[in-house]
Design a binder for this molecule. Structure first.
Ligand code: PLP
Length: 431
């Protein structure tokens, strides 16, 4: 198949990397007005740039450091558990809000790790990935006209999630800030306070954060929590990278802060910790009344997550401490490798405190002022053979004012051989 890449098209301020294989003459006349045949909400945003970059990487045979999925095998214990469940004919719908063994395992994990009291009968909704848990939570808790505060740069889904729910996103900047020689992505306390208005219903807190790798420490979480309590606002958290933190940074669920247990929806899942992004297994943990709302939305959206994989999920969540230690050791080595690779090839990476991404400033590698992040990412994928994500896709502003214009995001959740191949290719940037 021949795939042509045409660049860049823009819609609602977001870059679209369009595969140019459909030409106007071959498209039936009535399809040309597609925007009129789809809802106003869907016309507000495009498909994900992150996931589009994987398709572009495949089309060019590039080393894919764009999308955040590990390219190594999942743990044998959980694959065997999944296979056992399929062979035992666990084939029919599980309880919509999650099979009991998985809900019990989730409740135990939260009690043992975070001293959180979670009732598996009333406080958990197992979903098709954290992705579904986040949008089900927003649909369950926001009304049209409500505002949702989102830290920027942000994981691409949150904007569309808010719009689909009828809410309006309000962005608060995280800026690279030098603190005693260490660069951290920090928010301004007054800006955050100003974003909490009369319409604010919820704040999305993603820690460890994608794309920056920022891990919100206790003081930062306390500022957010105090505002939530003062203004009667919900925290919807995305803790999908909770087990991946470096250099002594630790993950603290905001639900454990004073006054927050009753106003937090804690969301996580199996994708990242157990390297099974394709299993689509996530969950929410929240007070019973809120969980009831999430369960209702989830029931009518998807009915439930894959039943045999829920059995395997219960096994995953009961794995011993050594599993988490070796998983983290693997990421720690790769982070060092990726940071060195980027520094040696002219990038200025901001060292991530958690997760498995690096936001890297490529200003010194620009061919001209006109080469923005999208143009640079396309040069990288086509001429060098390495796929990244343009930094602007994690920010809302359009054009030259987009703070992501000088950044590309690298994912380092890849086998050593994949990273070595990327390093070899990136060295051609100087040729
Ligand atoms: C911050 C964040 N949340 C959620 C997800 C998706 O999670 P899941 O696979 O559980 O839907 C990702 C995937 O990259 C992510 O980076």
């Amino acid at each position: 198949m021949i795939v042509r890449i045409t660049l860049p098209a823009r819609s609602a301020g977001r870059v679209i990397l369009t595969q140019g294989c459909r030409t106007a003459s071959r498209v039936p006349q009535r399809v040309k007005s597609a925007a009129m045949r789809t809802s106003a909400i869907t016309n507000q945003f495009t498909e994900s740039v992150i996931r589009e970059m994987t398709r572009v990487a495949n089309a060019h045979g590039a080393v894919n450091l764009s999308q955040g999925f590990p390219d190594w095998p999942a743990p044998m214990e959980i694959k065997e558990a999944a296979a056992r469940a399929i062979m035992a004919d666990v084939n029919q719908y599980a309880i919509t809000y999650g099979a009991k063994p998985l809900r019990m395992a989730i409740a135990d994990l939260y009690r043992n790790r975070y001293e959180m009291q979670v009732n598996p009968e009333t406080d958990i909704c197992v979903c098709c990935g954290a992705t579904e848990a986040i949008i089900s939570s927003l649909l369950a808790t926001t009304n049209p006209g409500d505002e949702v505060v989102i830290f920027e740069p942000f994981y691409e889904n949150y904007g569309p999630d808010a719009w689909i729910s009828g809410a309006t996103p309000r962005f608060v900047a995280l800026r690279p800030t030098n603190i005693n020689g260490t660069v951290r992505w920090m928010f301004d306390r007054d800006e955050l306070r100003a974003a909490f208005g009369p319409k604010t219903r919820a704040i999305i807190v993603n820690s460890p954060q994608n794309p920056t790798g920022h891990v919100f420490d206790y003081n930062e979480l306390r500022i957010i929590a105090d505002l939530c309590v003062e203004r009667d606002v919900l925290a919807i958290t995305d803790e999908i990278y909770e087990f991946i933190t470096y250099d002594g940074h630790t993950h603290i669920p905001i639900a454990t802060l004073p006054g927050m247990a009753d106003r937090t929806i804690t969301i996580s899942g199996l994708s990242k910790t157990w390297s099974v992004t394709g299993w689509r297994m996530g969950y929410s943990v929240a007070p019973a009344d809120i969980t009831l709302g999430i369960r209702k939305v989830h029931d009518f959206l998807t009915v439930g997550a894959a039943a045999p994989l829920q059995e395997a999920g219960a096994v995953a969540m009961r794995m011993p401490a050594e599993y988490y230690e070796s998983m983290l050791a693997r990421y720690t080595v790769r982070r060092e490798f990726a940071l060195n690779m980027l520094r040696e090839n002219g990038f200025k990476p901001v060292v991530p405190e958690g997760a498995y991404y690096i936001m890297a400033d490529f200003s010194d590698l620009r061919r001209s002022e006109a080469e923005d992040d999208t143009a640079f990412a396309m040069r990288l994928v086509k001429d060098i053979g390495v796929a990244t994500v343009p930094g602007s896709s994690f920010f809302w502003a359009k054009g030259p004012n987009n703070p992501g214009r000088s950044f590309v995001r690298f994912a380092f959740c890849k086998q050593e051989a994949t990273l070595v191949a990327a390093a070899e290719r990136l060295s051609k940037l100087h040729a």
